[in-house]
Ligand binder design. Structure first.
Ligand code: F6R
Length: 599
């Protein structure tokens, strides 16, 4: 997490460039923000606890600044306050950092023995101390950085200024993303390309253990032994640079409403006819599919598990990347590992992917951000076309992931001769009409607002479902808790009575979806069990169900390959309106960040 931006120019004032960059990168963390620049030979550091706009108020009038680095923080070490905010200066060295220095306690101890004193609880200040120590010792910046790379464990993207070298920004990278943008008489550094797109589309990607020296008209990149590298200059190809909220009060609402078009755009290449469907990779040689991801992306995997197993008769295991990376994974060449990620930068997902690559097994990705670290590491990538997702709570990226996995499962079922051509054509037809089907569901705003009013003052809410509806319950529950701060739990409907039902009391809200006709009756029975204990129930279903004490939200009857895309819409909008009633910061919920680049 954390966003880094830097720039060095021959004469352009770079303050607004750094502030623009930080605003774009705020999705990576927004606990505090800071900037450091050298002006007339003096190093200036300005930090605030809070958002980039607070920093902007402090420094927007600053002029004639041609070199600087800046940071927006998601706290890992030390409380959210100004002292722990970046940049950190020790002696001659000032740095901003994204990542975690894992051996920082040991390094801190050693540096203290050498006479260093530290003001913050941040691991970054220790990294600055170590760089200063080596720089004083070797009086040579290459040797300093090479030694630093050898001594430091953990992850880091570092951008550094030296007091006695006011024309150069230094960068070092391991396991956290960093790019260097190339302009005319001006160059840039950023955690992510969008932060500098206003100024250049050309950039270099730094790989692990590489470091660089950047002046206004020169970029040199080295390997860890100091050999100069010849790197490819990339050109950003994406088109969706818009991060405009338009008429909407929140990005989250805008992104929810964009889903008819983002889903359609994602599956468009595969749904015109069966030939198109067969453009998707052939998975029939695999005996098992492993899906590995985090959070909402993992929930998309759980929905896909049902489709792969039920319709294409392929065993599918879904794992949280943070667990998978430390488990025995039973890999062989009959296993395909599918990695799902919106950002393409999630540290645990990337580490799990590297583990599968080391085992030399096949990998496929469902990724939203092109050229991201995960996309670059995969054997094969299928891109979701959700566009930039700004709201921290994922909505349109999730449905694009589910849609893409769904057509993949459908193509697998067809290749294995498990679904007749006629049926496939009908499902493809439904995919082609997905926009209009979703639009009518999205328009039922009154229903969602009314339910939000009924639940926004509750402290515990339950989400239940069976098979694919359980996967949807998990995502519905996550949406509610992350943006409204109401505690909620998702449970397999049949499991409640094995313990959790003790938490159901008078008027406890329980949400369920019942969209799998073979087991809907069982879920309804589970709802009746909680109604008997006082629960207030809401049911999303495509069946004609009329039951006392169950409020039904009806969705259209469509194939199971499309249904999860419908079921999630009421859950997303109920979470949104509930958070709005509570006055929460919907697009930037507390303690969260959009891109989780630490483990
Ligand atoms: C929740 C949410 C997170 C992400 C998770 C993985 O709304 O967005 O749970 O899904 O952090 O992120 P990506 O997909 O970028 O790998």
């Amino acid at each position: 997490m954390c966003g880094i931006v830097g720039s060095v120019s021959s004469k352009t004032n770079i303050i607004s460039i750094l502030l623009d960059g930080l605003k774009t990168l705020e999705y990576r963390g927004y606990d505090s923000a800071g900037i450091s620049y050298i002006k007339d030979g003096n190093l200036i550091i300005n930090k605030v606890k809070g958002r980039v706009k607070d920093l902007e108020d402090n420094i927007k009038k600053e002029s004639n600044v041609t070199i600087g680095i800046a940071h927006t923080r998601w706290a890992t070490h030390g409380k959210v306050n100004e002292t722990n905010a970046h940049p950190h200066n020790v002696g001659n060295v000032t740095i901003v950092h994204n990542g975690i220095i894992e051996n920082f306690s040991k390094l801190k101890h050693k540096l203290k023995e050498k006479g260093y004193e530290f003001k913050s609880q941040s691991d970054t200040e220790i990294a600055a101390g170590l760089l200063d120590y080596y720089y004083k010792k070797y009086k040579n910046i290459d040797k300093t950085i090479q030694k630093f790379i050898k001594k430091v464990d953990g992850s880091y993207a570092i951008c550094m200024l030296l007091n006695n070298d006011p024309d150069t920004i230094y960068v070092i990278k391991k396991d956290s993303p960093l790019i260097i943008g190339k302009g005319e008489n001006i160059n840039f550094i950023a955690s992510d390309v969008p932060a500098i797109l206003k100024y250049t589309k050309k950039y270099y990607i730094l790989e692990d253990y590489e470091y660089g020296k950047i002046t206004c008209n020169n970029i040199t990149i080295y390997d860890k032994d100091g050999n100069v590298l010849k790197k490819d200059l990339k050109e950003y190809q994406g088109s969706d640079l818009s991060s405009d909220k338009g008429i909407y009060e929140h990005y989250m609402l805008k992104e929810i409403l964009e889903q008819p078009s983002t889903i359609r755009k994602t599956v468009n290449p595969y749904i015109n006819n069966i030939q198109d469907l067969l453009k998707l990779p052939d998975l029939t040689k695999y005996e098992r599919i492993d899906i590995i991801a985090c959070g909402t992306a993992m929930h998309a995997g759980l929905a896909a598990k049902y489709l792969f197993e039920q319709y294409s008769n392929t065993k599918c295991e879904v794992s949280l990347a943070s667990e998978y990376r430390y488990q025995n994974n039973f890999l062989n060449n009959k296993v395909l590992s599918i990695f799902i990620s919106q950002s393409g930068e999630t540290a645990d997902t990337l580490a799990a992917l590297k583990k599968v690559k080391e085992a030399k097994c096949d990998t496929l990705g469902i990724v939203n951000v092109k050229e991201s670290s995960i996309a670059r590491t995969l054997d094969k990538v299928l891109y979701t076309e959700a566009g930039t997702e700004i709201a921290v709570a994922s909505t349109k990226a999730y449905t694009s992931q589910v849609a893409l996995l769904s057509v993949l499962a459908l193509s697998n079922a067809y290749r294995k001769n498990l679904i007749k051509e006629e049926k496939i054509n009908k499902i493809l037809e439904e995919f082609r009409s997905v926009s209009s089907i979703l639009n009518s569901l999205l328009e039922s705003t009154n229903t969602y607002e009314k339910i939000a009013k009924e639940i926004y003052q509750k402290s515990d809410i339950f989400y239940i479902g069976r098979t694919i509806d359980y996967a949807l319950a998990m995502e519905g529950s996550l949406k509610l808790k992350e943006i409204s701060y109401i505690h909620s739990e998702a449970y397999a409907a049949g499991e409640l009575k094995h313990g959790t039902i003790s938490l159901i009391t008078e008027n406890t809200p329980v949400f369920a979806s019942a969209t799998d006709k073979h087991i809907n009756a069982k879920t309804i029975s589970n709802l009746k069990e909680v109604i008997s204990r006082g629960a207030k129930c809401y049911l999303i279903t495509d069946e004609d169900i009329k039951e006392d004490n169950i409020k039904v939200i009806k969705i259209k009857k469509v194939s199971m390959f499309i249904k999860p895309l419908l079921t999630i819409i009421p859950y997303q909008l109920i979470a949104y309106y509930t958070a709005k009633l509570k006055g929460c910061d919907i697009d930037k919920p507390r303690n969260l960040a959009k891109s989780v680049t630490v483990e």
